[in-house]
Design a protein around this ligand. Structure first.
Ligand code: SF4
Length: 469
């Protein structure tokens, strides 16, 4: 359930020094926008009045259109109901949209699923649709793997200003229902820092994105190294913050224990080679790690805000022992046994960090067990997973092939999702393949390279003349 908490919400930047305001919003004439119903914004130099006569023309068009829609009892908050030719120019002087037409901006907004803040992941899961590699992979001076905070601000204030000028969010009625702040990174590693050193955690950044789009924002983690004290501390704080108020009810927390994780994958390789000792060693490291993740997320588990991502291959898949549904359930039972030990230890030692009352233990484990009822077996067999799955008869394999198109024009029609990379480049995807587009936000880092976008990035580009909007 998404709480529309941000309808009247003012994002508070207590320690944020605003750049000098260079222009004031034009307040002359009749204000046709229903400003009062919008959040109050602070205006920085992204807020610049757009050309006078054009501004009046657009305001008049919006006013009449809105009246017309109101008369028909149709919500005016839907960009699809507007003639983009008549709106062209409304984006003028918003720095992040420099060089982009309204058709391009609408295309991006309506497909924008992933507002990517960081690239790269150490988990190296074999089923990773994005074929994520560690952030340091192919490091070079002209390559970035993290968004500059200034670019995130540009994006945030740019869309905020555009929404204000429109009188509604351009993200309304878009093709997708949720947002993420990642493409190929684990959420536990994502945070940003401004040039004054102020740190914005995943919740702060999600709140800003939610304010623009009013959608659920996902936090997905496949865990972190138990020795990584910084991440452990960051996650404990984040869980505490999210669990202690309903301010973050728009968030969905997903934890993935999966047989494809690099550690379990390594354990299975040792098992295949008959090295049981090494199998046990890596299996133990992995299950201990995931039990710690669930222990850390317990305050949110108790609020039933945590989902388990349970993905495996169908039991009938040939030559894939260790990665099938029954193997996944076995893996989870090992993790739950370790979690039970952590809970009992926490309670009985008197530490009571997360378990204050013994009844909680059964309740939490029951809740997590329920999450195992439906295992997702629909994942795309591409990238690294294609090396494991050789059984072309299974449904998942056939489906992957059926879900790929070789025409960018078709992709424009059929692909619901999109990825805004850390350099502002925009891609569309159906999670089986991706297309680059000629749309790029005007980020400071727009000329920097990033790691390749996956899955299956096509060479052909979606160009703006293909857009049917
Ligand atoms: S945690 Fe997610 S992004 Fe990282 S490798 Fe696994 S599936 Fe890919």
């Amino acid at each position: 359930m998404i709480t529309p908490i941000l309808k009247n919400y003012i994002y508070s930047y207590k320690n944020f020094d605003a750049p000098k305001q260079t222009h004031k919003v034009s307040e002359s004439g009749n204000n046709v926008f229903d400003w009062d119903k919008l959040p109050s914004y602070k205006y920085y130099n992204y807020q610049i009045s757009f050309g006078c006569s054009k501004e009046e023309e657009i305001k008049k068009y919006l006013k009449n259109k809105r009246k017309n829609l109101n008369r028909q009892h149709i919500s005016y908050k839907n960009i699809n109901l507007y003639n983009l030719n008549k709106l062209e120019g409304i984006q003028q002087d918003i720095d992040v949209f420099k060089g982009l037409s309204m058709r391009q901006i609408k295309f991006l907004a309506q497909h924008s699923t992933e507002f990517v803040l960081q690239r790269g992941c150490h988990n190296m899961c074999a089923h990773c649709y994005a074929s994520a590699m560690p952030p340091s992979y192919q490091k070079s001076p002209d390559k970035i793997n993290k968004i500059d905070f200034k670019d995130f601000e540009k994006l945030y204030y740019g869309f905020k200003e555009l929404n204000k000028r429109l009188g509604f969010s351009i993200f309304k009625n878009s093709k997708n229902e949720y947002n993420t702040l990642f493409h190929d990174a684990d959420s536990s590693t994502i945070f940003l820092q401004d040039d004054k050193g102020k740190v914005y955690d995943y919740l702060d950044l999600s709140k800003m994105v939610h304010e623009l789009t009013d959608k659920i924002v996902l936090f997905d983690t496949a865990g972190w190294n138990i020795q990584d004290k910084k991440t452990q501390e960051r996650m404990e704080k984040l869980v505490q913050k999210a669990a202690s108020s309903d301010e973050y009810d728009f968030m969905e927390f997903n934890i993935s224990t999966n047989p494809f994780h690099a550690l379990n994958h390594l354990a299975l390789r040792h098992l295949k080679n008959g090295n049981y000792e090494q199998y046990q060693k890596f299996r133990d490291i992995y299950t201990t790690r995931m039990a710690n993740v669930l222990f850390t997320f317990t305050p949110l588990i108790e609020k039933e805000k945590v989902n388990l991502l349970v993905r495996a291959l169908p039991n009938e898949t040939r030559n894939a022992a260790g990665y099938r549904e029954d193997d996944l359930l076995m893996l989870y039972s090992e993790v739950f046994i370790k979690l039970l030990q952590l809970y009992e230890q926490d309670y009985e030692s008197g530490a009571r960090k997360v378990i204050k009352d013994k009844e909680q233990i059964d309740k939490n484990l029951d809740y997590l067990n329920k999450g195992l009822k439906s295992v997702d077996k629909t994942m795309g067999i591409n990238g690294r997973l294609a090396n494991i799955v050789t059984d072309k008869k299974i449904h998942a394999y056939k489906k992957t092939k059926a879900r790929t198109y070789k025409e960018p024009q078709k992709a424009v029609q059929l692909f619901p999702d999109g990825i805004i990379d850390v350099n502002g480049k925009f891609y569309i995807t159906n999670w089986y393949e991706c297309y680059p587009t000629d749309v790029q936000l005007n980020y400071c880092n727009k000329d920097k390279k990033t790691a390749d976008i996956n899955p299956s990035l096509n060479e052909k580009i979606v160009t703006s003349d293909m857009l049917d909007i």
